[in-house]
Design a protein. Structure first.
Length: 355
């Protein structure tokens, strides 16, 4: 399968010259037939990586409580859109909905919408939340525009294409992917655009990563929040502030490999620039909450009490598992600091929990 993807990319490079990393990433991950996410379920021990909702039910449950709290703060509208971007196996949404079941009127008011392009994962998601009749979208454009909106996304932004610049003697150049014989290789081509103030002093050789796709996605979400009212929550690994540095990597069966290896069979992602995401949302008039570290956010939402609660009915092995997942999600040397959480709302009247 991925042979076809590699051939297709090579043909494009032969025809049009080296391509920017964004175009490469968009096709490797999202090509309708051969893209990484289109063909397989990449999660869990047998897959390439494990995400927070797959580590413990507590993650989705706390986000369920976060959503219900936002809904109450919004005045408990009797109909609203709950959108999850890139739901993977649908685990987060299933745990969130179960946890918020007891909130009066919440289930009756919500419409579940998913932004997802992978046919394989859509089938898995349908299984996970079948009683809620979810509606799938390929883009935000088809999302209902006449209702309040709550948006969530875990490890979604990092799946959107990003590009790299490198500082050279002559100034910034764009890193591109070309061919060396039959192999993919990195190269540089002139870059005419500007860079943010924060990285203008970078030294020769330094890399700056940016994602027009993430920025325009966040702008669209923020615009929606402004016109429809509501809030959004995005969780991903990344930096609080815009800065130079390279984080682009591929993950193949839980190992980090070069993005030029296992093309189409490995996940590709890079750190999210939360500083830039916040600026993008503010630019559309939205209020920004955070970013904060995932560990802090989950503790604010009460993950320790939740862990203690479920431990009461667990046997010793299960208790050890719960302890382990708690540490994995919150401790700084695990996912607690690397992952950040950012919230957006239509105005300062909403104060989403956890920030
Ligand atoms: N949120 C899940 C999965 C994260 S992986 C979890 O935490 O386990 C990224 C998810 O985003 C996958 O479901 C993938 O298919 C989806 N995705 C990637 N690019 C996308 C795009 N451009 N539009 C919609 N969904 C996308």
């Amino acid at each position: 399968m991925s042979e076809k993807l590699r051939a297709l990319l090579k043909n494009q490079i032969c025809d049009n010259g080296p391509m920017d990393i964004g175009l490469f990433m968009a096709q490797v991950l999202g090509h309708p037939e051969h893209g990484y996410y289109m063909r397989q379920d990449p999660f869990g021990a047998a897959g390439d990586f494990t995400t927070a909702p797959e580590i413990s039910q507590m993650f989705g449950e706390l986000i369920g409580a976060w959503i219900a709290d936002v809904w109450i703060q919004m005045g408990a509208p009797n109909s609203f859109v709950l959108l999850e971007c890139g739901p993977g196996r649908g685990t987060l949404m299933a745990d969130a909905l179960r946890a918020a079941k007891k909130v009066d009127g919440f289930h009756e008011a919500l419409e579940v919408h998913f932004l997802e392009t992978s046919p394989t994962l859509k089938r898995v998601q349908a299984e996970a939340v079948q009683t809620h009749n979810p509606v799938w979208h390929d883009s935000l454009e088809t999302l209902p525009a006449d209702k309040p909106l709550i948006v969530i996304g875990n490890e979604f932004l990092d799946a959107l294409p990003m590009r790299q610049l490198q500082k050279t003697k002559e100034g910034w150049a764009e890193r591109v992917i070309g061919l060396d014989g039959d192999d993919f290789c990195f190269g540089l081509k002139p870059y005419g655009g500007g860079v943010p103030e924060d990285v203008s002093g970078a030294r020769e050789g330094h890399i700056f990563e940016f994602s027009p796709a993430q920025l325009s996605f966040v702008e669209d979400v923020a615009q929606r929040l402004k016109t429809q009212s509501g809030a959004a929550l995005f969780i991903d690994y990344g930096e609080t502030k815009t800065q130079a540095g390279e984080s682009l990597q591929a993950i193949y069966k839980h190992d980090i490999v070069s993005v030029l290896e296992h093309v189409g069979d490995a996940d590709i992602s890079a750190n999210v620039d939360f500083g830039a995401m916040g600026d993008a949302a503010r630019g559309q008039g939205a209020t920004v909450h955070g970013p904060v570290e995932q560990g802090e956010f989950l503790k604010q939402l009460g993950i320790e009490a939740r862990a203690a609660g479920i431990m009461k009915n667990a046997n010793e092995t299960q208790q050890q598992e719960i302890e382990k997942s708690l540490r994995r999600l919150t401790e700084s040397d695990q996912m607690g600091s690397l992952f950040k959480v950012i919230g957006f709302s239509d105005g300062a009247a909403l104060t989403p929990a956890g920030f």
